[in-house]
Design a binder for this molecule. Structure first.
Ligand SMILES: O=C(O)C1=C[C@@H](OP(=O)(O)O)[C@@H](O)[C@H](O)C1
Ligand SMILES: C=C(OP(=O)(O)O)C(=O)O
Length: 416
């Protein structure tokens, strides 16, 4: 457990943020399919990326495993679970058992498995129907068209898009239901296009053309915008501060870059990118709104950050479009309700929203539980600029941002 406070509430410094885990994990799968992707710069140092790398190494040494299934455990990593399901289903010549943590075994995978099996893949459930662990065997012949539910996780669609260009006739994907987390699909599409793969939006779906070879590629991963969100929040809760974060682009593939507009409009944070440095500054005398309403369906990973910024500033917030939060590392709506209560904030949650409705005084130093969710720890940490607090199970941050606590210490947080 860590206890956090900040003696001055002023933070100034320069922080290097690791590469986006989303971009990194896409490139790692694509590199397996297209070895002419020779170098990936600024690869994420997150646990989520390490887990995927280890899984791919295990798969590549599969000839060492004889006469039994190759078991691969991807822990808590959603992208690894979904991307590898499609990758193994198409590529494996041995039987694979793909499993994950207890929580991963509660996160649905049925839409992806059904879609891949309809294509000609051979995936079955080992325990509960619709959930990991999976048994994946070598495929038979493959179709070139499928339909898939699009309203549960965009990662299923990304998983299909990543393998689509190596299918003999490419792939046509038809969406069922309303697409969620759309910018993550755009990210996949743009990464594919950047290496010469043809991907087109259809009315309710996507079409990918097959490709045999791509030219030699060196790719650069932009730093992680979801990780940057905690710095936007810290600035919003600080006194006159300035922070520089590296390395960012003006034209990002990451939907969470919309933080720039959100924090400028509602929380008085000015940001600009110059020579790959994202400079954040607090606007003096900014007048915070009394209440805000935001639909965050496109940017689910920054919902907790924004909720906690509002909590710290006592802004009544209604955050909607969040049905997928119930299916992530934990049920994030429940987790927020429980822990916000400890810092004096009353909330109302529904199946897809959270509303911050009242702010009460807190006397004791609260202990925040993190529910094996990195974003619970990191979203609550900025609140230490307003009140001392304790955070349990601090190592959870490793999932996406392993140097988080070290970076906070470097800008004057007292962390014991
Ligand atoms: O494709 C990706 O890299 C991701 C997609 C999102 O998941 P959903 O599509 O399940 O919302 C996001 O929450 C996750 O952290 C990363
Ligand atoms: C939801 C997340 O990750 P994943 O789904 O890949 O486990 C996240 O990082 O917030």
């Amino acid at each position: 457990m860590l206890q956090l406070s900040h003696p001055t509430s002023e933070i100034n410094g320069k922080i290097q943020i690791t590469g986006s885990k989303s971009e990194s994990n896409r490139w790692l799968i694509l590199q397996q399919l297209f070895p002419s992707i020779q170098r990936i710069e600024n690869l994420s140092n997150s646990e989520d990326t390490k887990v995927l790398l280890e899984a791919l190494n295990l798969f590549n040494s599969r000839s060492n495993v004889q006469n039994k299934a190759l078991e691969i455990n991807i822990g808590h990593t959603g992208t690894a679970m979904r991307f590898l399901t499609a990758f193994f289903a198409i590529k494996t010549d041995v039987e694979i058992i793909l499993t994950g943590s207890e929580r991963m075994q509660q996160r649905p995978i049925e839409p992806l498995v059904t879609a891949l099996n309809s294509l000609g893949c051979n995936i079955s459930y080992i325990k509960k129907e619709g959930f990991p662990p999976l048994r994946i065997k070598a495929k038979s012949s493959l179709n070139d068209e499928l339909e898939i539910r699009a309203d549960i996780s965009s990662q299923y669609i990304t998983a299909l898009l990543l393998v689509a260009p190596i299918l003999p006739n490419g792939l046509k994907i038809h969406f069922l239901g309303e697409l969620t987390s759309r910018p993550y699909i755009e990210m996949t599409k743009q990464q594919l296009e950047s290496i010469g793969i043809d991907v087109k939006w259809l009315d309710e779906g996507l079409k990918v053309k097959p490709i045999k070879n791509i030219s030699e590629q060196h790719v650069l991963v932009e730093s992680d915008w979801s990780s940057a969100s905690y710095w936007f929040s810290m600035l919003a809760l600080s006194e006159s501060s300035e922070i520089e974060l590296s390395s960012y682009k003006n034209k990002s593939l990451q939907g969470d870059a919309s933080l720039k507009q959100i924090y400028a409009q509602y929380f008085g944070i000015q940001s600009e990118i110059e020579d790959a440095v994202l400079k954040l500054k607090k606007i003096a005398d900014f007048k915070f709104p009394e209440s805000i309403e935001l639909n965050l369906n496109s940017t689910p990973d920054i919902a907790q950050t924004i909720a906690l910024t509002c909590a710290g500033l006592k802004i009544k917030a209604k955050l909607t479009g969040l049905h997928t939060l119930k299916l992530k590392e934990t049920d994030r709506l429940e987790a927020m309700r429980n822990e916000l209560k400890k810092v004096g904030v009353d909330t109302v949650i529904t199946e897809n929203s959270i509303e911050l409705v009242a702010f009460n005084k807190v006397n004791d130093i609260p202990t925040i539980e993190t529910y094996q969710d990195h974003r619970m720890a990191m979203a609550f940490a900025p609140l230490a600029l307003k009140m001392p607090l304790k955070i349990n199970d601090e190592a959870v941050v490793d999932k996406s941002y392993p140097t988080f606590w070290q970076d906070l210490r470097s800008v004057g947080f007292a962390i014991v």
